[in-house]
Structure formats: C-alpha cells, structure tokens
Write a protein that binds this ligand. Structure first.
Ligand code: SAM
Length: 185
C-alpha cells in the first residue's frame, strides 16, 4: 500500500495551496521577512503553484533571483501563468526537478522547503544536495503540516538533515505547522 504521507500533491489540488484564506493564515511576506533580503538568490523547492515564490520574488527585488523548482511541470505552468508579463517574470527561474535530484547548481542564500519534505522519499540524499548548493551563511527553512507529519516524524527529519550537515538555528513558531531553520554545520 502507498504511504499517503509521501504521495506527491497533485496539480488538481493546486487551488487549495494558493488562495486568500491561506494568505491570511500563512502570510508569505510575514513568514519570510526575517530570512530574505534584496539581492539574494533563493530557492523554493516544491514551489507548487508559487504561493511563496511570488512573494520571494518581490522580496529579492530587481537584483535578486528566485529559483522556483518542482517535480511537476503542471505546477510550474500554474506559476508561469501568474507571473507572465509582470515585472516579477524575469526574477523567477522555473526549474523542473528530477525524480531523484533537485538539479540546481547556483550558490544559494536561502532555501524554502514548505510542505514538501514529507513527499520526498530519500530525504538524506535531498538534504545532502541542498547542503552542497548552500552558501556558507545560507539558511534553510523547513515547514511541515502537522496532520501529515507527526512530532516524532518531524524530529526524524531534523536528524536526517543533521546527518547531511545541516544544523538547527531556531524553531520558528508558525500557524498550523512544524518549522525549523537550519544552516551549514
Ligand atoms: C504540498 S505541495 C506544497 C507547495 C508549496 N510549497 C506551498 O506550500 O504552497 C508540495 C509540492 O512539492 C512538489 N514535490 C514533491 N516532491 C518533490 C521533489 N522531490 N522535488 C521537487 N518538488 C517536489 C510537488 O510537486 C508539490 O508541488
């Protein structure tokens, strides 16, 4: 039987990831403000329809870059439709991940992993790849949904990140979420 917690969120559900109620409950600007500044190169892995990528593009400004990466072409298309023809289009690079790798090589100031890690089968490999592309002072924010990810499963994720060389900076409080901020050890 398939484990529901590691199933990839279908494109048909993308509307539930990007709407005004979520924006009110999980405001991307408020969540990301402490970590992203102008000029940064940032990565949103498992960007989905771009609920966070779009705000990230505003925050990095004209001189920054957002790499919006997802396994599913359909999710990237949803994001593309939203930014096409706007000033944010040139700040966002859409990137299709491979089945077993992210496939990004740019040095990164910040990586967002929002509601994605529980969908990744080989987490240690995934975290290893992130550590290699993170700048020395770069940070990684992992946020997971509490219904899909138990407290103990989240602690196991943090241990796996630790084995890949990512250490805990803090555990931010976030509505309806388990969250941790990491950096290179
Ligand atoms: C629940 S959605 C979250 C989307 C977005 N982060 C948000 O919070 O609105 C998870 C997304 O991660 C993507 N995903 C799952 N496994 C992935 C992987 N190994 N690499 C890249 N993207 C992945 C899925 O395609 C889906 O778009």
């Amino acid at each position: 039987m398939k484990n529901i917690n590691t199933q990839v969120c279908p494109v048909a559900l993308s509307g539930s990831l990007d709407n005004s109620i979520r924006k009110w409950l999980q405001n991307p600007e408020k969540i990301l403000r402490p970590y992203i500044t102008e000029g940064m190169t940032v990565l949103d892995v498992g960007c989905g329809p771009g609920f966070f990528s779009i705000e990230m593009a505003r925050m990095v400004g004209k001189s920054g870059r957002v790499i919006a990466a997802d396994l599913q072409e359909g999710m990237l298309q949803k994001l593309n439709e939203k930014v096409k023809g706007t000033e944010l289009e040139e700040r966002i690079l859409l990137h299709k991940c491979g089945e077993d790798n992210i496939g990004v090589s740019e040095p990164l100031d910040f990586v967002l992993l929002f509601y994605i890690v529980h969908e990744v089968p080989n987490k240690e490999h995934f975290f290893n790849e992130i550590r290699t592309i993170l700048k020395p002072q770069g940070q990684v924010l992992i946020v997971e949904p509490p219904f899909h990810v138990s407290k103990s499963a989240f602690e196991e994720t943090i241990r796996k990140a630790g084995r890949a060389g990512l250490i805990v900076i803090e555990r931010p409080k976030m509505f309806f979420s388990r969250a941790v901020l990491l950096k290179k050890g």
